[in-house]
Structure formats: C-alpha cells, structure tokens
Design a protein around this ligand. Structure first.
Ligand SMILES: Nc1ncnc2c1ncn2[C@@H]1O[C@H](COP(=O)(O)OP(=O)(O)OP(=O)(O)O)[C@@H](O)[C@H]1O
Ligand SMILES: [Mg+2]
Length: 254
C-alpha cells in the first residue's frame, strides 16, 4: 500500500508557475488554488496555455519556475517514480479523449488499474464495469474506439479517469468537438459525478456556456496569467477588460 495522506482542504495549488517553450513564454506567473468539493473552470482562447497548465498540475510537464502542490506535496522537482502515488489519486481526461485505438473499451478503461495496481482480473472487471456504468455506457466492453461516437469516446475517457477512484479529476476540453446536445450530456454527467464519485475538479475549456453549467469558480488565462478568478456571477460582473472581452467572445490568443 502507498502511504496515503488525507485529502487536504486544498488538493491543488499553483504558485507563480512559469513555463516557456524555446523563447515563447506560455505561463508567466500563474497562481491558483483548488478547494476540495469545488469545480474550477480554467478558460482561455486557443493556445492560451490551458493544456500546459493542466499537465503541469498533474506533473506531466515540469514548470521552469514556481511551485506546484498536489495533495499537500510539492511536485515541481519530484522524480517521476515518486510522483506516481500522487498522480494515482488524480484522474486525467485528455483533450480529444486520447484512447488507445487498438485496445477495446474494456482494455482502455482497465489500463490504469493494470499500470498502478496488482488487482485480479475479477476485481479489474468489477471496477471497469462500475466506471462504465457511471458514465452511462454498459455493454460496450468489446467495441474499439473507432466504433464509438465522439460523445461515447469522451465518456470512455471519463470512465478511464474514474477507474482509480480519484480524489480530483482534471478534464481537458471535455466538450470539444461535441454538438450542443452531447456537450449538455457531458455537463450533466459531470454534475452527477459530484454526488459521491468525485466532487473536486479542474476543467479546462474555452466553452463559456458549458463552464457556466458546471463551475463553482472560473479563472481566465490570458497572456500567461490568470486575468481574474471568481464565481461565474462574479466573472460576469468583472470590470477586468480581458475578462469582459473573453466572455463577449472577442479575446483571441495565437
Ligand atoms: N511540448 C511543446 N513544445 C513546444 N511548444 C508547446 C508544447 N506544448 C505546448 N506548446 C505551446 O504552448 C502554447 C500553449 O499550448 P496549450 O496546448 O497549452 O494551449 P491551449 O490553451 O490548451 O489551446 P487549445 O484551446 O487549442 O487546446 C502553444 O503556443 C503551444 O504551441
Ligand atoms: Mg488545450
């Protein structure tokens, strides 16, 4: 068993995080805190650095400077192997679902269990079926990702993120490429997860309508910094010109 520290009140905290690629600064001092029991939407235009921010938070990318605290532990300079027990406590839904094309739905969802646990096939089967039923997809074990609709692929990606029973979930653009009906279904699924499955999440999205449906807190990332952070109502009332332009659909990166 990994030594598991109790879930802290602030499972995720970033302080003055910076990241450049070559001479291109992407994050230029980002600070934010995710409180247990809340959903934080990080919003911003394409290329604003949302995916980079989420990957830094989960230790998949290292920042150049600043501090990243995951479940009370600094991870910014931690060795990869030392990070695994912490990463196991967070589920990651990748942009575009990122399923393994040659693996069945069952094997895609089972993958984290095979990587991170020594569960028996019976235990794995139970967990995979539980996860698939949470996302409303029973009976699709043997299908390949290519045989699923875009909305179903997103759900399988979410089932895979849930299978280790995480304390926090990171969602990267869970509605990208979905029509409004399927986007609403994902929003309803995320709301239902909060009742007992996982109540704490960071959701990266450029979809304002979706963020309004699911977020307790919204942060707007622009030019490498958080322009403003607050409840959806506070953001709508924000006097920050970048926030106003973003909410009006006028803010573009890249
Ligand atoms: N591994 C990398 N190497 C070089 N540049 C990168 C790398 N990853 C990201 N970038 C650059 O960092 C910037 C931010 O990328 P990121 O993917 O975080 O944007 P985003 O806000 O998620 O955009 P989108 O809404 O299109 O997903 C982009 O200019 C991108 O080209
Ligand atoms: Mg992205």
């Amino acid at each position: 068993m990994d030594p598991v520290t109790p879930a802290p009140e602030i499972p995720v905290e970033l302080r003055e995080v910076r990241k450049s690629f070559g001479d291109k600064p992407v994050l230029q001092g980002v600070s934010l805190a995710l409180r247990k029991g809340t959903t934080l939407a990080v919003m911003g235009g394409s290329g604003a650095g949302k995916t980079v921010l989420l990957r830094i938070t989960d230790g998949l990318i290292r920042p150049d400077a600043g501090q990243v605290t995951l479940f009370g532990t600094h991870i910014e300079r931690m060795r990869e192997e030392a990070m695994l027990p912490l990463r196991k406590r967070a589920g990651f839904v990748f942009q575009g679902a990122a399923l393994f094309d040659s693996l069945s739905v069952f094997e895609n969802v089972a993958f984290p269990l095979r990587e991170h646990t020594s569960m028996s096939l019976g235990e794995i089967t139970d967990r995979v079926h539980r996860s698939l039923s949470v996302v409303g997809l029973p009976g699709v074990d043997d299908l390949l990702p290519a045989e699923l609709s875009g909305g179903m692929r997103k759900r399988v990606g979410i089932a895979r993120a849930l299978v280790l029973e995480p304390e926090v979930i990171f969602f990267d653009e869970p509605t990208a490429g979905l029509d409004p009906t399927n986007a609403r279904l994902v929003a309803e699924l995320m709301a239902s997860l909060r009742e007992g499955v996982c109540d704490t999440a960071i959701v990266v999205t450029h979809d304002i309508e979706f963020a309004n449906m699911i977020a307790d807190q919204m942060a707007i990332l622009h030019q490498g910094r958080i322009a403003d952070i607050g409840t959806p109502a506070e953001m709508r009332a924000s006097s920050n010109p970048d926030v106003r332009r973003f909410l009006a659909g006028e803010l573009r990166e890249e």
